[in-house]
Structure formats: C-alpha cells, structure tokens
Write a new protein. Structure first.
Lengths: 190, 190
DNA sequence: CGACTTTCGTTCGGTCTCAAATTGTACGGA
DNA sequence: TCCGTACAATTTGAGACCGAACGAAAGTCG
C-alpha cells in the first residue's frame, strides 16, 4: 500500500545505496506512479466488471478494439491493444472458442486474417462497456474533468517520447553491440 | 501507435455504438493513457537496460524492493512490488537460482520467509539502477520537473481512490452476490 | 492443553507474455 | 516460371501472472 511516503522514503534509501550519485527523483516518482496506477486500475476493473463476464483485461481490450474499429487485421489489433502479435494469436483463439470473436481470411491477401465480433460478442460489449466506463469514472473520481485532461495530456507526451525516440535511444545505448537475446524464448535449432 | 487522435476517434465510434448513452470521455482517455504509458515505458526499459542484465520487469522490481528495503518478508515484497504472493514465489525462485537473491527462514516465526540480496545481487543493482533511472529520465524528458511532480500527484490520487474505496465499491457492485470465480485458477477438490 | 481461527508461503490450473524461429503467401525481377 | 525478398500470422520455449486451494505454524480462548 505504498503511497507518497514510501516513494519518498525509497528515494532516500536508494540514494544512500548509491553514495552520492544523484537520482532523478521527480522522474522516478512519475514512472513509479504510472505503474502503480496502471496495476491498481487494472486490478479494480478485472475484479469488478470483467470478472462477472469472465474476461481478463487483455481479452477485454482485444474485444474493445475490434468492437470500435470493426473487422480488423490482426496486426492492427495487436498494435492497438498493446500486445505482441504472438500473444494476440492465443487470445484470439480463446475468444473464438468462446464464440465471441470471428476469424476470416482476407479476400485479396492470403496472408492476412481478419477479426470481427460475433453477435454474441457484440451483445457482450453492449452490456459490458458502459459498466467498464462507469468504473473508469470511479477510479478517476478524485480528479476533476480538467485534471483528467491534464493527466491524459502528460501521459500522452510520455508515450510520444518513447514512440518517437525510443528506438533510436535503444540503438545508442547498445552502441553497435548486438541486442542481447532474451533468456526466455525460442533458441536457434542448431 | 495510437495517440490523441485515435482515442478521440475511438470515443466517437464507441459513442455511436451505444446510441446515445453518454460516455465519460475525459476519464476514459485518462485511463487509456495510463495503460498506454505504462506499457510503453515498461517495454522501453525491458529492451534497454534490463535486457542486457537478463532481467524481466518484474524481476527487476523485486530486486529493487529488496535492495532499498533490505531483508524483507515475502508478503511485504509482493505487496510493494505489486504482484501476488503466488507470483513472487516463482520469481524469487528464479532469482535465487541465478544467485541474486537469498532466502532464509524467520528465526522467531516459522511461517515467514525472508528475502535478501546476495553480494552478486547487490553488485547488479549498484550497476543497473543508475542506468534504469537514466531511462526513467529519458521517457519523461518531454516533461519539466514540475510536470513530473504534477503527473505523479494526479496518479497518486487515482491510486489512493482505488486503495481507499475500491474494495467497498466492488462489494456494492456485486450487491450480495458471491464474487464469481475466475475462469482460470484452482478448483475445489470435490 | 486441546480445538478453533488466522496468517504464512507454496502449489496448482489456466491464461497471458515476449521475441525468435517457422511457415505460408505475395510480388518483384530475371 | 523460378528465385529471392518482404511481410503475414503461427508456433514455440521459458517464464510471469492471478487467485483459490492447501498445509504448516502461530495465536486465541475455553
């Protein structure tokens, strides 16, 4: 249950650990709180509206994307939902088996797969989304409309920074070195 | 790559879908951006500083918590790291097998397990944390120190709202009904 | 001091997660 | 038409993730 106090406290401890190396405190606190807030909100939504419809966060997001954007190619859905396409394959399979999502080949391009909501999926969203939005309002009820706008704007700028300059930054950090493989994940056959 | 435009666009589409039911737009945009930002930041950090040391986000957070707070009981670490205690058991096992984390029984209370960093773990954090904080600064470099403070504050208020009133809210929503079990998860033996 | 209750950490089932390897389709040029 | 390149989704391997069930230890109270 770490609020402001913990973070401030943690800063001091981390500072002491480093013996004088300066810490970017404001930035550290901002980033830490982004994750705290994200997981608190996610937790609340999963355990309130989503639980009753037996949906995980990710499953809901995927359905939501297809709902608002209509029949879509999987890579767009993955991008929009913020998950990898590998993950989407699995999630879509699950949702398909539950009769919420349909899957169809693209008429012109055989490589593409199109996702769309079934009638059952459509009904589900019609029912669940309003409740979901209601809880979004609940979690932000400590903020005014204006503050919500400010919050959204500040976060948007963080997202843009990473999207616009992240890749370049990562290249610079590696500086020529090949980007170390992940520990988990597939290995070369050889 | 959905920035402001996508969200605004999505609002209209969702709005149309609902045929007149009002949407809390600011709240929806704020919540959506919290998650967008969280995953963008996490992605960037995993693929820059953490990757090189073969750490996942969660593994790093766990190490960080033990690092700043010192030898700690597992439930505190889980709480502070924002993961369930079940997850922590697994993560701690992994980190222990890599020689970064130590595990010891509590002398007075046989139920407790204490986690602490090994020397190797200590060295790792000494090296990795400054780089991590550097990237926290990078992702927020579009914001001034003041804006970071504002951002942290707004997010903190969201977290507090959920922590202080979330449980009660969820009870109200269920209104007596037993809280539907998760689809995945252990079942009663019977 | 024995029976209840609480509180630990661990185990377990099912899902999600990533990125690399793989498979399949498309399309340009030789 | 065959060939290589480009790009799509899927499979795969290792692990993170949650929360209910669980067993052990500790506390409580008669």
């Amino acid at each position: 249950m770490p609020g402001q106090r913990s973070i401030t406290e943690a800063e001091k401890l981390a500072s002491a650990k480093l013996g004088g190396i300066p810490i970017r405190r404001e930035q550290m606190a901002a980033v830490a709180n982004v994750h705290r807030a994200a997981s608190a909100v996610r937790q609340h939504l999963e355990n309130s509206v989503l639980r009753g419809s037996d949906l995980t966060w990710t499953a809901f997001v995927v359905l939501w994307v297809v709902w608002v954007w209509g029949e879509s190619e999987t890579r767009h859905v993955a991008e929009e939902a913020g998950i990898s396409k590998g993950t989407l394959t699995g999630v879509a399979r699950t949702l398909e088996s539950r009769g919420l999502l349909g899957r169809a080949g693209h008429p012109g391009d055989g490589r593409l797969v199109l996702l769309s909501l079934t009638d059952k999926g459509e009904e589900l969203m019609q029912r669940v989304f309003p409740a979901f939005n209601e809880e979004e309002a609940f979690v932000t009820s400590g903020l005014s409309d204006d503050e919500c706008r400010t919050l959204a704007d500040l976060l948007r700028r963080v997202v843009l920074q990473v999207e616009d300059h992240g890749e370049e930054r990562r290249r610079e950090l590696l500086d020529g070195a090949e980007p170390a493989p992940r520990r988990s994940g597939r290995r070369a056959k050889a």
